[in-house]
Structures are given as C-alpha cells and as structure tokens.
Design a protein around this ligand. Structure first.
Ligand SMILES: [Zn+2]
Length: 543
C-alpha cells in the first residue's frame, strides 16, 4: 500500500523531530527487539483448518517458506485473555478465575472492561516484577506488561501515562491517516448495508446491524489503527511491542469459531500481519523477532437462555437451588442497572422507530456496560452468583475465604451434585478436604478419576488436571465453579454467545506459538507462564 508508506514516511520525519526535541537519541543498535502479535481467541485447530483452506495465506507462507515454526501451546485454566496475559507478561500464577468474578476479601467484583479493574489486578498481582513490554508499547491488551505507551489497553484506558501521551502526539500523522481511511471504509460499509436492506427489506435486519457495528468498531477502525501504530513503532525501533488483534475473537463469540464471518475476520488479521512483516523487512537493522500466538481458543456453544426459554443461570440457581425470595436484590450496581432498564422500557413504550429500538435492544443485550449496567451478577441472602461466559461462580459471602464442599454441604445438602445433574450444566468444581472435586452428571470425581468420567478419551488429561488444580487454588474462584462446557446438550454458555471460552474443551485449551525457527522456545509449552523467561530475555539484552 504505497499511500500508507507515504504517510509513514512523513511520520518518520515528524518522529525524528519529536525525538530530537523530547525523547533523546534513538535506541542503541545491536540488540534483538521483540514483536508479539496475539490473535485473540484462535485455537490451533481452527488456525490449521484455516491455513489448509487458504483463509490465513500469509501465516501459511510464513511457516512454509520464511523459516518460522509453530509450537503447540496449552494455555491452562481459565482459557481467558487476562489470565493468559498476566502469566505471559509477568511470569506469575494469576488469581484470575475468569473475565468477570468476585473478590470476597475486597467485597467487590472484578470485571475487566470496567475502568480501573485491570489496573488494580496488574498492580497487585504483578507487583515488583519486570513486565516483558517494559520500555515498549501495548495495543488492545488487558494489561500493560510494563509498557510506557498503551493504546486501548484495559489497564490504561482511563489513565494514559505521560510518555504515552508524547508518543501518541508523535503518532498524530498516523492517526489522522487512520481517520481518513477509516471514514472511507465506514462509508463503504454503511452503503453496502443499506443496499442489502433495500435489496432484501424483509430480512431480519438486527443481525446485519449487529454485524455492521462489530465490523465498523473493531475490524475497520481498531485493526487499522493498531496496524499503523505498530508499523510506526517498528520504524522507530521501539524495543518491545505487544499487539492484540481482537477481530477474530469478537466475531467468534457472535457467530461461532468456525463461522464464515469469523474466518473472514481472521483473513483480515492475516493481511495486517503481512503488512507488519513488510515493514519488518525494511528495517532489518532493528533486528526484530516476530512471534504470533493466541491466548486461548473458543468452543462452539449454545446460549443457556435458549435452553431455558429465557431464564438466566443466576435465576435458575436462585429459584431451583437456593430458594431465596426474589425481592431482596441488594447490589447497588444492579439497582442502577434497573434504573437504566426502566429508562429503556420508557423508550420502548414510546414506540421508538424500528432502527433506534433495534439499536437500543442490541446495546442492552450485548453491551450493558455502555449503558452503565453490569451483566450477569446477582446477589440474595449472602450468596452472589456471577455468570462470566461458559463459566459461572457461586460465592457464599459469609466467609472471606473459600468454602470447601464439607461446609457447603452443611448449608445446602447435595448442592453440587444436584446442580451438575441439571439441564445445561457440564461440570461443577468444588474444593474439598481431599483436594478439588469435579461433579459431572450428578456424580463426584477426584482429579485422579477424571478419565473415568467427564474427560474420558482426552489425550491431554494431564493438562486438564493441572488446569483444574490451578483454577481451584485461586482464592477468587467461586466456592462453586460451574461450567456449561460438555453439558448433555453440548457446550453451553451462560451469556448470549455462540462461541465461548474459559473452559477445558480441547479447542479452548490448545493454541500455538509461531516463532523464528532459529530461536529455541520452551517445549512443550503447557502453561503461558513458560513464555515469560523467553520474552523477558529480550529485556536483559538491553542491559
Ligand atoms: Zn473472547
């Protein structure tokens, strides 16, 4: 793309100026630099299928003709971005049981998209460790990894750093270009969608509007912004860069991990990596090593709501198992959410025009936090339930520490057994005096007996046992950890999605690390914590 090159050329001149004015000399040559590209949510199985079908042509070429290897990687439990990134970036075993959970000791929920939550987890759990992105830049990550420059990284969304601001200012040319390009691309998408609606006015339009919104927000703008910003960093010789492309994961949640639209998103990410590769070839003197990896895969799943005719898992648990009175909703955030719901109901009562109403419905269902609500949390009578994905947590709030099975049995006899036998439930994990137990279809299995029950026939049984042991030793994991993965009905998610992750299915657990074949990476990679010393060695090169 020659126009991109022209813009980046202008940017380089601008940068040299900024560096002379503000940032001092360029980084010293003679050391290896690190570029990590994460394709969020892509299992090894889907990548291999996609490469075989020509849906990831650049990655296929990288492996076949460019001297790169693909190492298999198991990512541990939960199969979730924040747990992966904390382990890989800092080399610590995270206390992050899911994307949304409760911390009984601090009496608060942790919900990663919410401003401040990621920053708090990073500052407490990675305290005193040197992150692998120290002195570099992160894009679209959950944590900073120590980077001074962060763009749309959860931990820094509301708290950009000084150096980050100077760098952002120096990226103005690139950002301006992204705005121009993004506007053109957005206009094209809107016109296309309108044409589709004109051509087929009776089609269920909500689906295509939803897809349009996802495409506009993530596929066009973010991917473009990330790719150009990273290209800019590569020309500037930024020592370490960690960029996370979210497109595939978002499309997978909405349409399923093997859906045509998810594979289209992957195809576009593949093209972006190709563009970064071309930049790398122009700056061999910077000595970048490129790694492409994924933090977890996804399992095709069925929304729990569809099985139950609209009853959420929180409701089912309280009504069928805890028998609490349904009036005593105590959480203030939920009250706030209800206030917003009533605003929405008022809007609905006024018969908002179809398009606007569809948009509001869509926001309410899929992005409640945009409206200030918090999805999937409910509390009655000292019990808090959080639905985070294909996983849900039950917390008995009376004690700040986790309750073991023996204590839960005193309060609710047969609870784990009964829940595990109910519709839409796969396994229920609980701590006990003899170690973690896994209830499946109404029967308990110790970790040494998993092959006789829920995980019969799995060649990666060892990884599952380790994963469950790690998960249930996290202090913030629920007193009950409930998975919809491997329910009788198939894989079930407790939020409205048809691609899900956090659980132990083979596609969720097994990803890949693509690396230059002349570097030696740990083998086998059974947990992302093993990536830390490898990536951190690029830091010590600097010393
Ligand atoms: Zn995801």
């Amino acid at each position: 793309m020659p126009l991109d090159d022209l813009v980046l050329g202008v940017q380089r001149v601008f940068d040299r100026l900024v560096r002379r004015l503000r940032l001092g000399p360029p980084p010293a040559p003679g050391r290896r630099r690190l570029l990590i590209v994460q394709i969020d949510g892509l299992s090894r199985a889907v990548l291999e299928e996609a490469m075989a079908r020509g849906r990831a042509p650049f990655l296929a070429r990288l492996l076949r003709h460019r001297g790169y290897h693909m190492a298999p990687m198991s990512v541990g439990l939960p199969t979730s971005t924040p747990a992966f990134q904390l382990a890989a970036m800092y080399g610590v075993r995270p206390d992050i049981p899911g994307f949304h959970y409760h911390d009984k000791r601090r009496k608060t929920d942790v919900y990663f998209p919410r401003g401040g939550d990621a920053a708090h987890v990073e500052s407490t759990q990675a305290a005193g460790r040197r992150g692998i992105v120290t002195g570099g830049g992160t894009y679209g990550c959950v944590f900073t990894g120590g980077a001074a420059s962060n763009l749309l990284t959860f931990a820094m969304i509301k708290r950009p750093t000084g150096a980050g601001l100077i760098r952002t200012a120096s990226k103005l040319v690139v950002i301006g270009w992204v705005l121009v390009k993004g506007s053109v691309a957005s206009t094209v998408e809107v016109v296309r969608a309108l044409l589709r609606m004109v051509a087929d006015p009776l089609s269920p339009a909500s689906g295509s509007w939803k897809w349009l919104a996802i495409k506009l927000a993530i596929s066009v703008w973010l991917r473009e912004l990330f790719t150009l910003a990273v290209a800019h960093d590569l020309y500037a010789g930024v020592p370490t860069i960690y960029v996370n492309y979210l497109d595939y994961d978002v499309a997978g949640h909405a349409w399923g991990p093997r859906h045509r639209r998810a594979l289209q998103a992957l195809r576009r990410v593949d093209a972006s990596i190709h563009r970064l590769w071309r930049v790398l070839r122009r700056v061999p003197e910077h000595g970048y090593d490129l790694y492409v990896l994924s933090d977890h895969g996804q399992a095709a799943s069925l929304p729990y709501l569809r099985l139950t005719g609209g009853r959420r898992i929180e409701q089912s648990l309280f009504e069928d198992f805890f028998a609490a009175d349904t009036a005593a909703v105590t959480d203030a955030r939920e009250r706030e959410g209800r206030r917003l719901v009533s605003v929405l109901e008022a809007l609905r009562a006024q018969r908002a025009p179809g398009f606007f109403q569809r948009f509001v419905n869509y926001l309410e269902q899929d992005f409640p936090w945009v409206l200030g609500g918090m999805r999937g949390a409910r509390e009655h009578d000292g019990i808090r339930v959080i639905a985070a994905g294909p996983n849900a947590f039950v917390y008995f709030l009376e004690m700040p520490e986790a309750l073991a099975l023996e204590q839960i049995e005193e309060r609710h006899p047969g609870l784990a057994k009964r829940i595990s036998a109910s519709p839409g439930i796969g396994i229920v994990l609980v701590r006990s005096a003899s170690g973690p137990l896994c209830f499946w279809r109404g029967a308990p299995y110790g970790l040494d007996a998993l092959a006789a029950g829920p995980f019969a026939g799995r060649a990666d049984l060892e990884r599952i046992v380790e994963g469950i042991r790690d998960l249930m030793s996290m202090r913030s994991a629920g007193d009950l950890v409930i998975y919809g993965i491997d329910a009788r009905e198939g894989n079930v998610s407790f939020v409205a999605e048809v691609g899900a992750h956090a659980g132990p299915s083979a596609d969720e657990l097994h990803t890949f690390l693509i690396h230059p074949s002349r570097v030696t990476v740990p083998a086998p990679i059974t947990h992302p914590i093993q990536l830390y010393p490898h990536f951190a060695s690029y830091q010590s090169d600097a010393a």
